[in-house]
Design a protein around this ligand. Structure first.
Ligand code: GLC
Ligand code: GLC
Length: 829
């Protein structure tokens, strides 16, 4: 069952009922100010850091689900409703939600009034603009009241939901004309405030939640709205809100537009306050403030400058069109026209869009991540970069430097850092032994995309300490050596606290309920080894050697290559189980993910990298391995992580065996690692298999089963319940997942096969045999490559002819150009 449809021309997903199986959300903002918005306008906003600068309040896991957001209520002669259905939930005559790239448009109509709400965060603007158009579609004059509503968060989202003994006393606001200001803690240490304004005179306002809603009422029963009259309440502690009340009169057929702006402002300390108003009658007349104090009045200059940028419909429309142009440019870097409509829509629109969102959010704020827990993940952000580097290389560069600065001198890294401070998170620390390798992969991807080899000479601190700065190449070296110098009894890499699989905690041995498997390590284990890190090392290690060559250090490149050769041999001796690769050795030196294991005889994670690295290829290990993956892990909804699932708790394996079978890391379909198998299948030339796995998990292909899948059909979820789960096929944890980047890599570089390299763009598709070919436009280092791939002989892989601007060339790598548009023809055979 579907709950909407794709509008590819407008690059939108159109939701046709407010009652989707779960809130289907979108993200607004790409720079500093961000909002989450659901299809009923639920959600919240923050500036840079979802925990430390939360602007509006949101209650996770609320009953009913998704209550709280930015709401517009209409009181039409006693008939109270919301254009976005929630929170009043009055039946609508019409409803539509269009989630587009960086904006959401919600339309609702009821009893002769239609309303269209457009929400977006303009470029270079620290705020959310809301354009509200109200139309009288009936035949009589209408006089309605429109109420806006949002609830302020007292900045630190964690403290806001826990520290009530303090917080119920601190809330402060100011109201000046049509703008409501939130200034809790501004008079003391904060240098920031928020505002919510509208470009029309008010009939009234409310800033105190209880006055607006009425005691014991929910958002759906707002008393002020019901009464058709705002209370002009001034928040004094408790829960400050912002609600404007407008009176609107509309002749039949007439419409009116309003622009609301929710903004965030930082003032330099010396400029925080307006001059003391002394005995001025501005207080109480023009400026209304908590406590009616003449002191500590906000200097609102910067806020008014922001408001002036969007105080007319024309200005708002211009900002909106600029935003659209911005996104079209970003997505225009890679555009495919293949015989598969769903693949086109994933590649050209939604997968790239999700990659940008994961770049911005890492794993911080979604409807599954509260924004108060994790900051930016080290391994996560490095992998996310693989999916967006072609869109905004300059920001990829900045991200690389930020990440490298959280590395430690031994080549390890803080596992997470806070985006506001960019400092490593000490509580969580380091010792996830896969982390350093992802950094090498990200830097390599950036250099291949841009040709900017000078980044390796950039001086970057260790542990954010400038006195410990060294070149980025030095960071790469230490990252590489981190693996070489931390090996266990079989010569395989020690796993540390965990590798990519956070839940495989071989040194943890937790027996305490509630103890965190991520932060608890009971031993500095010298036995438990990861075959996955070994396979990653074989695949990613050569990237380090290549960097050394780029910098002319052949001796170091050779040293690296000999380390890799040793590891390759070791994996085949101790890490291959005959038909697939083992997962690990536990702290007792026992095999995990092998035939002799009682449960979980095979894991997905090492297989893809081992095949991509060509481990044991000469003896057919690649095909055997991929056939085993198909045989033991494949289901109709994707590949499960491990099989058979763990059915009891194994203290020596950690969190993985805490999950019920079929969920998360215990035999869930973890979409992130499915991509590694897609890459590996494509690499070995099995394009049909690659496509089968790709289309099983890509959301556009699952749209028809949205009632089962439940999360958004336009973005990947981290996990789909595996075959051992009662709800097999149901997705959870949508949006913020490495699945986005890796599946984009899989489809763009391995299936469609357009792969940036140091010396140019390699074209090596691995497609379903029945495709006649495809066309693709790729902007690479400033030049436009118009690529036509023909497949006359119905093969999957193998370039037999390459024609560049009319001239036939050997091989399948097209060199970089100095700008211009170039026609490339490729024939497979
Ligand atoms: C989550 C984490 C990621 C980890 C994965 C597997 O997605 O964000 O870092 O690799 O789970 O445990
Ligand atoms: C939990 C999740 C895992 C995630 C980790 C991060 O263990 O299962 O997916 O990576 O938390 O803290």
């Amino acid at each position: 069952m579907k709950f909407g449809y794709f509008d590819d021309v407008n690059k939108e997903y159109v939701i046709t009922t407010p009652q989707t199986p779960y809130p289907w959300i979108n993200y607004l903002g790409t720079q500093g100010f961000f909002s989450l918005i659901s299809n009923t306008a639920g959600g919240y906003s923050f500036y840079k850091d979802a925990r430390l600068r939360r602007i509006t309040r949101y209650r996770y896991n609320n009953v009913p689900v998704d209550m709280g957001g930015r709401y517009f209520y209409i009181n039409d002669n006693g008939h109270v409703w919301n254009p976005g259905w929630s929170p009043v939930k009055a039946a609508l005559d019409g409803y539509e939600c269009r989630h587009g790239l960086g904006y959401t448009i919600i339309k609702g109509s009821s009893q002769g009034i239609s309303a269209e709400l457009t929400f977006f965060v303009p470029q270079d603007f620290n705020g959310e603009v809301q354009k509200v158009s109200i139309k009288n579609t009936g035949s009589a004059v209408k006089k309605i009241k429109l109420f806006s509503f949002l609830e302020w968060c007292l900045w630190d989202a964690n403290d806001d939901t826990t520290n009530f003994q303090r917080n119920f006393n601190t809330g402060e606001v100011e109201i000046e004309n049509s703008t409501i200001f939130h200034k809790t803690e501004y008079k003391e240490r904060r240098d920031h405030f928020a505002f919510y304004s509208v470009n029309a005179p008010l009939a009234g306002f409310d800033t105190d939640r209880e006055s607006f809603l009425g005691p014991y009422n929910g958002f759906g029963e707002a008393q002020a709205v019901k009464n058709g009259k705002a209370n002009n309440s001034v928040a004094d502690g408790w829960s400050p809100i912002a609600s404007h009340c407008l009176e609107i009169e509309l002749a039949p057929g007439a419409s009116k537009d309003f622009v609301f702006a929710l903004g965030y402002v930082e003032n330099p300390f010396a400029e925080k306050f307006a001059p003391d108003l002394g005995g001025s009658d501005k207080i109480g007349e023009k400026i209304i403030t908590t406590g009616n104090s003449r002191k500590n009045i906000i200097n609102k200059k910067r806020a008014y400058e922001m408001i002036a940028q969007c105080d007319t419909v024309e200005k708002a429309d211009k900002l909106f069109n600029d935003l659209k142009a911005h996104w079209n440019a970003l997505l225009g870097q890679y555009k495919v026209d293949s015989p598969d409509e769903k693949l086109n829509r994933m590649v050209n629109i939604w997968n790239q869009y999700q990659c940008m969102v994961t770049f911005n959010m890492s794993r911080s704020a979604s409807y599954f991540e509260s924004g108060i827990g994790r900051g930016m993940g080290f391994r996560d952000s490095n992998q996310d970069l693989l999916g967006f580097v072609h869109q905004i290389p300059a920001r990829a560069r900045e991200r690389i430097i930020d990440l490298a600065a959280t590395m430690m001198e031994d080549g390890g890294a803080y596992h997470q850092y806070q985006p506001l401070t960019k400092m490593g998170n000490h509580e969580l620390g380091s010792n996830f032994n896969d982390d350093p390798l992802w950094m090498i992969l990200a830097v390599a991807a950036y250099m291949k995309e841009t040709g900017d080899f000078a980044i390796l000479d950039e001086r970057v601190p260790y542990e954010n300490d400038e006195s410990k700065a060294a070149t980025l190449l030095d960071h790469m070296k230490r990252a590489f050596n981190h693996v070489c110098t931390k090996k266990g009894p079989h010569g395989l890499p020690l796993i540390g606290r965990a590798d990519w699989n956070d839940c495989l905690n071989l040194n943890c041995f937790s027996a305490e309920p509630g103890q965190s498997f991520q932060t608890t390590t009971s031993k500095d284990g010298k036995v438990a080894e990861s075959v996955m890190i070994a396979a990653m090392f074989a695949f990613i290690g050569p990237e380090y050697a290549a960097m050394c060559r780029v910098k002319g250090d052949n001796a170091e490149a050779q040293r690296a290559e000999s380390e890799i050769a040793v590891m390759r041999k070791t994996v085949m001796e101790h890490g291959f189980d005959g038909e697939w690769f083992l997962r690990a050795y536990d702290d007792f030196g026992k095999k995990l993910g092998g035939k002799e294991c009682e449960e979980s005889k095979i894991f997905i994670e090492p297989q893809g990298f081992a095949v991509l690295a060509g481990l044991g290829k000469e003896q057919g290990a690649d095909i055997k391995t991929l056939d085993s993956v198909d045989k033991y892990l494949n289901t109709k909804h994707g590949l499960v992580l491990n099989n058979p699932a763990f059915t009891r708790y194994y203290i020596q394996y950690g969190e993985i065996s805490t999950y019920p079978p079929g969920y998360k890391e215990n035999a869930g379909i973890f979409c992130h690692n499915n991509a590694w198998i897609i890459c590996a299948e494509a690499e070995t030339g099995r394009g049909d298999k690659a496509f089968e796995y790709y289309s099983k998990i890509a959301p556009a292909y699952r749209e028809e089963i949205s009632d089962l899948h439940r999360t958004e059909p336009y973005v990947y979820a981290q996990m789909i319940a595996g075959k051992d789960a009662a709800r097999h096929g149901e997705a959870k944890n949508s949006w913020l997942t490495g699945t986005a980047a890796w599946n984009f890599v899989a489809v763009s570089q391995y299936i469609l096969g357009i792969k940036p390299q140091y010396d140019g763009l390699k074209i090596d598709p691995s497609i379903p045999k029945n495709w006649a070919g495809f066309k693709l436009t790729r902007i690479f280092r400033g030049a436009t490559y118009n690529i036509t791939v023909k497949n006359p002989n119905k093969v999957s892989k193998g370039v037999t002819k390459l024609v560049v601007d009319g001239a036939e060339k050997a091989g399948n790598v097209v060199p970089p150009f100095d700008g211009g548009i170039h026609e490339i023809e490729v024939v497979l055979g």
